[in-house]
Ligand binder design. Structure first.
Ligand code: ADE
Length: 226
């Protein structure tokens, strides 16, 4: 199985790149697609950049040109659900867009939410269970994405009223949508860097590295267990 792994920021992919035996580097779209292995698993890894279009275009390349069998998006997010704390982890049950008018659903996509792959969810749950430091820190849930950094309590409330997500970020739904179009299994794993509220900017700066590292260590454990 060849794993496609995408993160929007260098901080989100650095740990995985450092653990990879890299066999090729392909510059494309202003970024680099790294192919290689972690243990016995084949990997294609890319830092896709922030936002839905960067994520969708890189996800398409990972599946089409680099022939990944599945696609995993790792990184950080803003916590939306009650009780979800900074550095807690959300494993996607499904992803959707929070910045899409409902009229879009008349044309495309064919559905509002894209379900994540159940085998990848199970493997991710086993990985979290195998990491003692993750105990009581992870849950499954809906993840919503949009081309906006949510750092305003009123915007947070509006998204919560419309979508009741576990967390919010800027790429997962685009990757889930692309995976749906390519009929490939996908999963999003996000660790909370902030609470998508008025304090989000400072919290993001303080926790980005630890949160990004957490999501990356979970996929590394998944690769080990698979
Ligand atoms: N990624 C991390 N925190 C976020 C937030 N508050 N909004 C959007 N994307 C994020």
């Amino acid at each position: 199985m060849k794993w496609g792994i995408l993160g929007a920021l260098d901080a989100e992919v650095d740990l995985i790149r450092s653990k990879m035996t890299i066999t090729s580097e392909t510059p494309l779209f202003g970024t680099v697609f790294y192919e290689g292995t972690v243990g016995r698993e084949q990997i294609v890894l890319v830092c896709c950049g922030v936002g839905k279009v960067n994520a969708a275009v890189c996800a398409a390349a990972v599946m089409n040109q680099f022939e990944a069998d599945c696609i995993i998006n790792i990184g950080i997010a803003g916590a939306m659900a009650h009780g979800l704390k900074i550095l807690d982890i959300v494993i996607s049950d499904e992803v959707g867009f929070h910045d899409q008018d409902e009229v879009m659903l008349k044309y495309y996509p064919k559905r509002a939410f894209f379900p994540a792959d159940s085998s990848l969810i199970s493997l991710c749950e086993r990985a979290c269970q195998a990491l003692p430091e993750m105990e009581h820190r992870w849950r499954r849930g809906r993840i919503v994405s949009g081309d906006v950094f949510v750092n305003d309590a009123a915007v947070k409330q509006s998204i919560n009223e419309r979508y009741t997500p576990a967390c919010v970020e800027m790429e997962g739904a685009a990757i889930g949508h692309a995976a749906y179009m390519y009929r490939k299994p996908y999963l999003v794993i996000r660790t909370m860097s902030d609470a998508a509220d008025d304090a989000a900017d400072t919290s993001y700066d303080n926790f980005i590295d630890e949160a990004a590292h957490t999501s990356a260590s979970i996929i590394l454990k998944m690769l080990e267990l698979s």
